[in-house]
Design a binder for this molecule. Structure first.
Ligand code: IPM
Ligand code: MG
Length: 386
């Protein structure tokens, strides 16, 4: 029997309860598809940091990261707690995992499921059905920049990545009394190439016909100029797939006006961050939005699957959060592991339960609990045949 070793990181706030529901559904999936999970739970979250790492910039140590790297995948709840500085649980956990394991793809599907209402009037199930493929390692997320107050300054900035190493030297000469902050964005040819190619391959795999490449090359001409050039060259290898460009502001407008147009949206990191929340809103909100932080080469870096919502500390521990995003993140994890068929069944079971309408969490206007949703989906999944 196949065994998949998976690291569980429940985290903070609603993280533990949604992940518990996700794990329950994943256990049902294993039963249906006859494989075994080997779960290892890690305590990374606010308590862990306050107890063992207070004052340090990251939630996990190098050693912790190395351990995570030994698994077939990481299944993640959410982190974020008012007692811990924001940058520790964001840059020091999420971004660190993305960079450390070179998870250069952020795959964020948005599909309107049966039984879920879109805030956009008159949209029917599956009418909204798109993938945001967000670049996950470059752009304005590289964390290089500085602040200056009225002096000369010189900074040596380093971008040290698995893919390449780049060094910047920035001299700033400022009038006394002035204050200035800058932050560098960077896109590399190889960095753009690999994510755009992934988007086209995804389109091919899912039998889709159009890829929309988002940019802002009219203003940020250098970075997104390169991005566009690379997209055009990659697209030559996919004559069966239409390449369309969209400037990000117009893309946002069209996502609301005509979401059914989009199939695969490939976006640089920051635009992808924004558009994926918007796409999530069109399919019922963050309770329905899963994400995969993926390194397609499992030997190079482990991939991490999570709901794209945060830890919602105020709701934590109340067993009321909607676990569907986490369950669908589990679906992405199954696909990543090659268990495509049972992955489909996870979505089908989820839709069946949502469509039946008996179990509805508070974000859907109901009063059902997080665990009731997880239980119902796993029970339904166990009735389905591979
Ligand atoms: C996301 C989040 C993160 C991001 C934050 C928490 C660093 O918004 O996963 O979309 O900006 O990528
Ligand atoms: Mg975000």
């Amino acid at each position: 029997m196949k065994v998949y070793s998976v690291a569980l990181i429940p985290g903070d706030g609603i993280g533990p309860e949604v992940l518990k529901a996700g794990k329950k559904v994943m256990n049902a999936a294993a039963e249906v598809a006859s494989f075994t999970w080997q779960w290892t739970e890690y305590p990374f979250g606010a308590e862990h940091w306050l107890k063992y790492r207070k004052g340090l910039p990251t939630l996990m140590s190098e050693e912790d990261m190395a351990k995570l790297g030994t698994h077939d995948a990481v299944y993640f709840g959410a982190v974020g707690d008012p007692r811990v500085p924001e940058h520790v649980e964001q840059a020091g956990a999420l971004l660190w995992m993305r960079f450390y394991f070179d998870q250069y793809i952020n795959l964020r599907p948005a599909k309107l499921l049966r039984g879920v209402a879109s805030p956009l009037w008159g949209k029917k199930p599956k009418e909204i059905n798109l993938y945001v493929v967000r670049e996950n390692s470059e752009d304005f997320y590289i964390g290089l920049g500085s602040r200056f107050t009225g002096t000369k300054g010189s900074e040596h900035l380093e971008l040290l990545r698995t893919l390449y190493k780049a060094r910047f030297k920035v001299d700033v000469d400022l009038e006394p009394g002035d204050e200035l902050a800058y932050q560098i964005g960077a896109i590399s040819r190889r960095g753009a190439e690999r994510v755009i190619r992934y988007g086209f391959e995804l389109a091919r795999r899912k039998k889709l016909t159009r890829v929309t490449v988002v940019h802002k090359a009219n203003v940020l001409t250098k970075m997104y100029g390169l991005w566009i050039e690379v997209a055009e060259s990659v697209a030559k290898g996919y004559p069966d797939i239409e390449l369309e460009f969209a400037i990000v502001d117009a893309a946002a407008m069209w996502l609301v006006r005509r979401p059914e147009w989009f199939q695969v949206i490939i976006a640089p990191n920051m635009f992808g961050d924004i558009l994926s929340d918007l796409a999530a809103a069109t399919v019922g909100g963050m309770g329905f939005a899963p994400g995969g932080n993926i390194n397609p080469d499992r030997k190079v870096g482990v991939s991490m699957f999570e709901p794209i919502h945060g830890s919602a500390p105020r709701h934590g521990g109340l067993n009321k959060a909607n676990p569907v995003a986490t369950i669908l993140a589990g679906k992405l994890m199954l696909e990543h592991l090659g268990e495509d068929r049972v992955a489909e069944l996870v979505e089908q079971a989820t839709e069946d339960v949502l469509d039946a309408g008996k179990i509805r969490t508070y974000d859907m206007g109901g009063t059902s609990s997080c665990s009731a949703m997880g239980d119902a989906i796993s029970e339904r999944l166990l009735q389905l045949k591979l």
